[in-house]
Design a protein around this ligand. Structure first.
Ligand code: AMP
Length: 197
């Protein structure tokens, strides 16, 4: 199963992706995680991406598409994958369609988490508090200023993806304001339909 999860930062995509990984035995591909790993390892890509990521803006399509293209060739992706945080622009979505088409395959589902943006800042602040309480390290872009830039990038560059996928009849939505269990149940319902189709 190849799934794309769409939604603004803090919408709950990562939490649900992790659950789907456990349930379906497919891998979660988070471009944010991959880029953070590249930054930590100080690879050439990481060095290029660091300042952009810290500010909350988007890394170039070229870099991100390159990372995803290499990653989906890995053997653990053979059973499928959940893309979390990719695509983030229409150009990335077009590149993804092309990559999959070249492999003779395509996406099974694109699911957008619909949320009230007013609660996202609170969710980010809670995430910071919980991480600190657990002795973890807080993401550099989890601060009010970068978060605002991330939301703006979402609105201007990523939100148009809903139309892109709706135009080809591929977009499904879930109400991301529900509890984690309710969102999980809604996702399971959508994926059961996809499998049955
Ligand atoms: P995330 O963990 O998905 O919130 O991503 C953290 C940051 O990594 C973003 O604010 C961007 O700077 C960068 N990033 C992650 N995924 C992408 C993508 N698909 N396109 C461009 N930049 C990305």
């Amino acid at each position: 199963m190849k799934i794309v999860l769409l939604g603004p930062p803090g919408a709950g995509k990562g939490t649900q992706a992790q659950r789907l990984v456990d349930k379906h035995g497919i891998v979660q591909l988070s471009t944010g995680d991959m880029l953070r790993a590249a930054v930590a390892a100080e690879t050439p890509i990481g060095l290029k991406a660091k300042a952009v990521m810290d500010s909350g803006a988007l890394v170039s399509d070229e870099i991100v598409v390159g990372i995803v293209s290499d990653r989906i060739e890995e053997p653990d992706c053979a059973k499928g994958f959940i893309l979390d945080g990719f695509p983030r622009t229409v150009a990335q979505a077009e590149a993804l369609d092309k990559l999959l088409d070249e492999k003779g395959t395509s996406l099974d589902a694109v699911i957008e988490f619909v949320v009230d943006e007013n609660i996202l800042v609170t969710r980010m602040e809670n995430r910071v508090k919980e991480t600190l309480a657990a002795g973890g390290q807080v993401r550099k872009d989890d601060n009010p200023e970068s978060f605002k830039t991330r939301l703006e990038a979402y609105r201007s560059q990523t939100a148009p993806l809903s139309k892109f996928y709706a135009a080809s009849g591929r977009l499904k939505t879930v109400d991301g304001m529900q509890s984690i269990d309710q969102v999980a149940a809604a996702l399971d319902g959508i994926l059961a339909e996809v499998v049955a189709a």
